[in-house]
Ligand binder design. Structure first.
Ligand code: NAP
Length: 125
């Protein structure tokens, strides 16, 4: 029997991320989710996106602007699907901090861990 594939969904609490979690789970993946606020995923999203708490196998609570909080996040992962990004102005961070540097921090770890595929909803320069 083939081993169950493990996916990391970053930005799992967002619009795109929630649908990605649901789809991966339905396709039989083991889902690790990166979220900042675990409370958020217990309920539907603002536009009716699914509540995903029960679809997640592992949760990592972290913020990509804090490298320590996402250390080791790609360990044992086969695929990364990143839907993280700033979609509204933030008082402290820019899109460069989150969309670019945040995704790059995950990408660098994915490369070290020999993750086979990295999918991002934002274009990395
Ligand atoms: N929606 C679309 O149709 C679409 C199409 C093409 C590209 N995109 C791009 O895809 C990305 C996601 O879009 P979306 O509509 O799903 O946006 P969204 O609902 O605002 O989701 C953004 C996600 O990123 C997370 N995030 C933000 N800052 C973070 C940080 N510092 N550390 C960890 N996570 C952080 C958010 O977490 P919190 O929930 O904690 O805020 C949330 O899970 C955006 O960059 C957007 O431009 C979206």
């Amino acid at each position: 029997m083939a081993a169950i594939k493990k996916v990391l969904v970053a930005g799992a609490s967002g619009y795109l991320g929630r649908y990605a979690v649901k789809e991966f789970k339905e396709r039989g993946y083991h889902v690790r989710a990166l979220v900042r606020d675990p409370e958020k995923i217990k309920t539907l999203g603002a536009h009716g996106e699914p509540a995903i708490q029960d679809m997640i196998d592992e949760i990592v609570i972290g913020d990509v602007t804090n490298p320590e909080s996402i250390k080791g996040i790609c360990k044992g992962i086969d695929i990364v699907f990143s839907a993280l990004g700033l979609t509204a102005p933030h008082p402290e961070h820019t899109s460069n901090d989150v969309d670019y540097l945040g995704n790059k921090r995950i990408l660098d770890q994915a490369l070290n861990e020999k993750v086979s595929r990295f999918i991002s909803s934002v274009r990395l320069k």
